[in-house]
Design a protein around this ligand. Sequence first.
Ligand SMILES: [Fe+2]
Length: 360
Amino acid sequence: MLFVQEDNRPEDPMTASLRPVRALPSLALAVAATWLAAPALAADELTLYTTREPGLIQPLISAFTAQTKIDVKTVFVKDGLLERVRAEGARSPADVLMTVDIGNLLDLVDGGVTQPVKSAALESAIPANLRGTDGQWFSLSLRARVLYADKGSKLASFRYEDLASPQYKGKVCIRAGQHPYNTALVASMIAHDGETKTEQWLRSVKGNLARKATGGDRDVARDILGGICDIGLANSYYVGQMKGSKEGSDGRKWGDAIKVIRPVFAKTGGTHVNISGAAVAKNAPNKANAVKLIEFLVSEPAQVLYAQANYEYPVRKGVALDPIIASSIGELKVDPLPLTEIAKHRKQASALVDKVGFDQ
Ligand SMILES: [Fe+2]
């Protein structure tokens, strides 16, 4: 089902700039000014299609409009972003497409609804492994797949490979293997170690499960608190959400029950990340403004908002982490493997999850 919430901004910044034109005494001058202003009207707006939560996006958009005077029409598309833009075709009003997960972004690229962008600002702000080589997509923020462990655990380091170790028999909790967060991790494992080794690993992890692979990431912390499991993999921002929630709430109890370790791949010593990202739409009526918005989103002030609003890792170097993320997880050493390389193995990863009966 398509859920669309149209967000028409109440205040049009152009109204203010047109006011002096209206006050002009000469009709001829007013007509000339209006004629001059017309192209400016079209140039000072853009349309954003996003699958991200309105509450997270709105502060970023407001900051962008305040800085650039470019009015943003935000369309929240919960599901079916690719299908919608495709159906709209050449008449699509979308300028920027924004979503989460490398798989979803590459579906947009492969679906032919994006266009390449050349921007020195984007190339310097975003590491090469976290954007398309052809400028078809860009990461805006990162989330790491980290290890939640009982807060009393003596564990100080962890490799993703360790999840298959016999010492964790019956002690591992994780959500469904077919969830994009996990298929991306399995795809990453395939890119590093090949399919045969990954299959063995996945089979052993399945054998270590304390319960069916189901539920959400926060349920890993819940089940550690409940004594069902000792460790599990989940996303980094949930740590901030749980530990940052109200004293006495369930989320806070779950968050307080865990300690967090940044796992690494044995081969690279890097941690697996997924992304939120954006692309310029193929038929963008306001391409220049679309590029400006993406450039703004990786600027320092916007990256600070990403860190604060949803406990995400900034994609730009040198931007402060949210204090809870800084103290409970810390700075990341991101796995250097290009995300496009990981994404190539998505289908293989999904087939492996089925083959070992991970979610059965
Ligand atoms: Fe999530």
